[in-house]
Design a protein around this ligand. Structure first.
Ligand code: NAX
Ligand code: ADP
Ligand code: K
Length: 486
């Protein structure tokens, strides 16, 4: 069982292609199934700690994994029952069924008795092959058994979720599993909501698909990835405030939001924080404040090698805001566009960003940080996979798109996409987006492999350290410790 940070995410079609490659290289479906089933059995044996186990098997290869797991568990002295949804339909699953010497109970037509409910349930009904919603009685039976179990383990995926979008296919909401064992690679449903919540803890089981090369251009499959703890540049003895990076926040009607952003940038490691805000905005003394004019911006950043601009938090949406946004984009410095500024973007801006993206100039990158409402306003309503939607938005806009939420997706204009693990739901409080925009201003210069990935990770880590019911100001303060730990 491997933790999932940094791991590739494959769609159902990419998974099938990986399986085909492994088979072409000499593996067999049976050998892959044996490894999957044995891996599941080993994990369940340890976690069940002597309790009896009920394995639910479906008609496809996911069910085949279940029969193998049942056999291996029994060989290791665990008391096992098998419940099956019909006869196996694939050759490999039929062979696995035939090798299981015990009884097979039927469900849901002959429902597993209530008094027989097992403390440990292994659910191997459907995996990546689920093509339509579960029948209601099947869904109800699985729900009841999983809900009553002390430990519930989904094999590959919880039955009833869409592999590629993470949607729940049935109207009846699915139970939350204790653990999901992803076979061979993660799929989008392991990280996208609502399926990610249904999965519970997710661990990866290596089944010998040889996916180590995924993501390399030769494979022609650019895999998405889960964000891992990022490396950040350590400070050098000779560092000074400008070498660490200057973050300029351009505020407007609601100065508090811009104030949160600039403080967050400094606490995340920027050496200099400059705020253009309404006169008299209360601020830590370390933050330099100036009155706005395009000339003042030009003068402040002239000759400074590392400048990141953050615009949007508390900006407002009036004509003055539009003029500020145009000046900020015209500066050709890396820019984080958040909040109100996202509502002011137009196609003419995207044309500029797309042009910059072709120059491959690290110092002119553009980041958009929409939440779901802002995303819809910018790019229109989306259906299907949040990963695919973010990728299309990044391609169209020429910007790196940080599509926020409990399953934040970061998509780059070159098509590369990364997904954050579910952050603390306590982040759902006003102002935390302003904090993220500020952090991103700082990581523009301190994260060697992905400023947005590092910012999203630091944001989530600060929330994790705080525990619960914090406010955005607390989150900003916690960043000092998060930065120091890197
Ligand atoms: N891809 C790989 O490399 C490997 C996959 N394995 C397992 O195989 C699984 C995929 O196997 P399959 O492609 O056979 O797919 P599944 O076992 O997920 O299910 C497919 C079967 O269920 C039927 N079906 C789909 N939706 C249904 C519904 N709502 N109600 C009733 N029947 C429905 C299909 O017609 C098909 O017969 C993976 O999730 C994994 O558990 C492992 O055995 C080893 C290797
Ligand atoms: N339920 C949640 N679980 C995890 N993270 C969340 C949740 N809700 C919001 N967040 C995160 O909190 C931040 C909120 O940003 P945003 O919606 O822009 O808020 P605001 O505009 O008030 O600052 C984003 O980084 C988002 O990913
Ligand atoms: K399953």
């Amino acid at each position: 069982m491997t933790p999932i940070e940094g791991q590739p995410i494959l769609t159902a079609a990419q998974m099938r292609a990986a399986e085909d490659r492994a088979i072409a290289d000499g593996a067999s479906v049976e050998s892959l199934m044996d490894r999957a089933g044995a891996g599941v059995a080993e994990a369940v044996r340890r976690l069940a700690a002597g309790s009896p186990v009920l394995v639910l098997c479906g008609p496809g290869n996911n069910g085949g994994d279940g029969y193998v797991a049942a056999r291996v568990l029994r060989q290791n002295g665990v008391e096992v029952r098998v419940g099956a949804l019909g006869e196996p339909k694939t050759e490999a699953a039929s062979a696995a069924r035939a090798a299981w010497a015990g009884a097979v109970e039927r469900f849901p037509d002959a429902p597993l008795e209530q008094h027989d409910i097992s403390p440990v349930v292994v659910e191997a009904v459907f995996g990546t092959g689920l093509s339509r919603p579960l029948d209601d009685d099947v869904a109800r039976t699985i729900n009841a058994l999983v809900q009553c179990a002390r430990l519930s383990v989904a094999v590959d995926l919880p039955s009833g979720v869409d592999t590629d979008t993470g949607a729940e296919l049935n109207p009846l909401s699915l139970p939350h599993y204790s653990l999901t064992l992803a076979l061979g690679a993660l799929k989008p449903a392991h990280v996208l909501q609502p399926a990610a919540s249904v999965c519970g803890a997710v661990r990866l089981l290596d089944i010998g698909l040889g996916l180590d090369h995924i993501g390399s251009p030769r494979e022609n499959v650019s895999a998405d990835q889960v964000i891992a703890r990022p490396p950040l540049f350590a400070l050098q003895a000779a560092d000074h405030k400008y070498s660490r990076g200057m973050v300029v926040v351009i505020g407007g009607a609601m100065p508090g939001a811009a104030a949160l952003a600039v403080q967050s940038a400094m606490r995340a490691g920027a050496g200099y924080g400059l705020l253009f805000a309404e006169p008299g905005t209360a601020m830590p003394h370390a933050v330099v404040q100036r009155d706005w004019s395009p000339q003042a911006l030009t003068a402040a950043i002239a000759g400074k090698p590392k400048v990141g601009i953050v615009i949007g938090p508390g900006l407002g949406r009036d004509d003055a805001a539009v003029a500020k946004l145009d000046a900020a984009i015209a500066s050709e410095r890396p820019i984080v566009i958040d909040g109100d500024a996202l509502h002011l973007l137009e196609e003419r801006h995207f044309a500029i960003f797309r042009h910059r993206a072709t120059i491959v100039d690290r110092d002119r990158r553009v980041f958009l940080t929409p939440h779901a409402g802002e995303f819809k306003a910018l790019f229109g309503a989306w259906t299907g996979s949040k990963i695919a939607a973010a990728r299309a938005a990044a391609r169209h806009s020429g910007a790196t798109v940080v599509f926020k939420g409990p399953d934040t997706v970061i998509a780059h204009p070159n098509g590369h996409t990364n997904v954050a693990l579910a952050g603390s739901p306590w982040l759902s409080t006003a102002g935390t987006g302003d904090v993220l925009a500020g952090i991103l201003g700082a990581t523009l210069f301190s994260a060697p492999f992905g400023a947005a990935e590092a910012a999203v990770w630091m944001h989530a880590e600060a929330a994790r350290r705080l525990g619960g019911a914090f406010i955005a100001d607390d989150l900003a303060r916690e960043l000092s410790a998060v930065r120091a730990s890197r």
